[in-house]
Design a protein around this ligand. Structure first.
Ligand code: GUN
Length: 302
């Protein structure tokens, strides 16, 4: 979904996510009619991290709007690992729960990998479990992390076939960079993974038809690094320090947007690009999990 601008076309992730959420809503209603229950997502938040509280609230709201039951579990920051593991085990067994999401980061003292490992991989709608990472790496069906899958949907919508295109992914996290690179390889792109130790990053970016920036450093990718006509997907959401007289700083991506929009063929804005896709894909993964759980075929259009 594209909107015309002076230079690059803007990739309107917000509109794409809204359309996806509308399709999910229709299919969730059909699921409920057939299965006699709504699809269900359990969201676990440990502690009071303000950003995480905002995300978890937004997830619950989006679920309800799409006809997906949301089960919120808010636990205090001093929750023990044993107590959290026991909650995860209860949710694994709960027939009303199709998807489980434990909001990261967890407070100090809780082992994130141990908690993720305890989630039933077939309820791991975040796609964080090693079983799902392994499935992605060998080409088996499984859950794919929401942000890279959302980026891939935007890329395919814009470019169609990615075969033979040069792609660079900047960032190598388990949640975004690595699965993003895997998805691009699976789509027959030629992929470079760049990171904080990469030499000559500007030159690598200059060769790329597709740039996916997921480093978490405000406006690090400059406009004169972008190949004319390239498609730029900016995963970064960084808040700058407030300007004089302002209470809050501006939100910017990892790409210097004003410089890049004149060079790129298409670019995601921040906010309103990749961000809205993450929750929409979480709902999508939950609906897919519900169909598997109920032994129903996954409907088209997700
Ligand atoms: N923290 C930031 N993003 C995410 C996400 O996509 N899933 C989970 N579980 N935690 C997060």
């Amino acid at each position: 979904m594209l909107a015309a601008t002076s230079g690059a076309e803007l990739i309107d992730g917000k509109a794409f996510a809204e359309a996806l959420r509308a399709r999910i809503g229709e299919r969730a209603a059909a699921f409920a009619q057939y299965a006699g229950r709504r699809p269900g997502l359990a969201v676990v938040l440990v502690g009071e991290d303000p950003a995480s509280q905002v995300y978890v609230g937004a997830k619950a709201k989006a679920c309800e709007a799409a006809g997906i039951a949301s089960f919120e579990h808010r636990l205090s920051a001093d929750t023990s690992e044993a107590a959290l593991l026991s909650l995860v085990e209860r949710l694994n067994q709960d027939e009303a729960v199709d998807g489980i999401l434990v909001q990261m980061p967890l407070p100090q003292g809780l082992d994130e990998q141990a908690i993720i490992a305890a989630i039933n991989p077939d309820k791991d709608v975040d796609g964080f479990h090693v079983i799902n990472a392994g499935r992605l790496s060998v080409g088996q069906e499984g859950f794919i992390p929401c942000t890279p899958l959302g980026c891939m949907m935007l890329l395919k919508d814009r470019l169609g076939d990615l075969s033979g295109l040069d792609a660079v992914v900047i960032g190598r996290s388990n949640i975004v960079g690595k699965p993003m690179a895997q998805l691009l390889v699976d789509a027959n792109a030629t992929v470079t993974i760049a990171h904080s130790r990469t030499k000559n990053l500007a030159d690598i970016v200059r060769r790329a038809d597709i740039v996916v920036a997921a480093v978490g450093r405000p406006e690090m990718i400059r406009g004169d690094w972008i190949k004319p006509g390239a498609t730029v997907i900016d995963v970064g959401i960084n808040r700058l320090p407030p300007e004089e007289g302002k209470e809050r700083g501006r939100l910017v991506g990892d790409v210097a947007f004003a410089e890049s929009r004149d060079v790129a063929g298409a670019i995601t804005p921040v906010p309103g690009g990749v961000g809205p896709m993450t929750i929409a894909v979480l709902l999508r993964n939950t609906l897919v999990a519900a169909h598997h759980h109920a032994g129903m075929p996954v409907p088209e259009g997700l």
